[in-house]
Design a protein around this ligand. Structure first.
Ligand SMILES: *Cc1c(COP(=O)(O)O)cnc(C)c1O
Length: 240
């Protein structure tokens, strides 16, 4: 590496990119007749080190998404303390798959779990919520593209699973999350998620990423999950 050139110095900081994105999100909400306060930017911080996240926390950003329990456990307790000292309360959200044997750790660590997708996990989360006396908000992940390799409840099973979460385990699910098939037009999938949420009386819709958050806001997203548009491209992920 050579010493920083003038161009490098002019690179916007993470905070500048986050601020610009936040403004663009608010504008998109208004353009679609929505209250900007009804759309939350979840800053997806997977693979990003705590030293790079601390300035965002210090600047007052509250909502972050991580996709691995262990990585979050390594990074977030100290950052949460920083936030508390500044009088701010973080909203740390699990957006990656959760193994049943990590339910205890996830309940202790996260303020929201967006990837509830099967009875065994619902049972484990209900047990841990009872035991810990701490209840993260819960979203059910819907496999909107019915992709073999992707997690989530198939759309046709979503109503029954949501009912079962309520009646069998007393779990108050507040919304739905989806990751549409890669490289396809996302709007029909976002619309499908919204339809399933509406007919189940759910108000929270986590959908839209760096490439399609505007479309997701147009179609009703309350939470957009954006990583690379803030932090740049990530190195390829290691297998879980
Ligand atoms: C990584 C990730 C994101 C963010 O993706 P970008 O394209 O980097 O914005 C959103 N949602 C989930 C579930 C992810 O794993």
């Amino acid at each position: 590496m050579t010493s920083p050139s003038a161009t490098d110095m002019a690179e916007p900081s993470d905070i500048q990119r986050l601020t610009t994105l936040q403004a663009a999100i608010a504008r998109a909400a208004r353009d679609h007749g929505r209250d900007p306060a009804s759309v939350t930017l979840t800053c997806v911080s997977k693979t990003i080190g705590a030293d790079r996240l601390a300035p965002l926390v210090a600047a007052g950003h509250r909502t972050f998404g991580e996709n691995r329990v262990q990585e979050a456990a390594n990074k977030w307790p100290a950052l949460r303390e920083d936030a508390r000292r500044n009088g701010s309360c973080l909203d740390l959200r699990l957006i990656g798959p959760l193994q049943t044997n990590k339910a205890r750790q996830a309940v202790a660590l996260f303020d929201a779990i967006e990837t509830l997708d099967r009875p065994s996990l619902a049972r484990a989360l209900a047990d841990e919520i009872q035991r810990a006396g701490r209840a993260p908000k819960l979203l059910v992940q819907v496999n909107v593209g019915e992709e073999e390799q992707k997690a989530g409840v198939p759309p046709r099973d979503a109503d029954a699973f949501l009912a079962q979460c309520r009646t069998e385990w007393g779990l108050p699910v507040e919304g739905l999350m989806c990751i549409p098939p890669h490289g396809q037009q996302a709007s029909p999938y976002f619309a499908l998620l919204r339809t399933v949420a509406a007919r189940n009386g759910l108000g929270v819709l986590s959908m839209g990423m760096s490439a399609d958050w505007g479309l997701a806001i147009q179609l009703g997203a309350t939470h957009v999950r954006v990583g690379s548009a803030i932090f740049g491209e990530r190195p390829p992920l290691r297998p879980a």
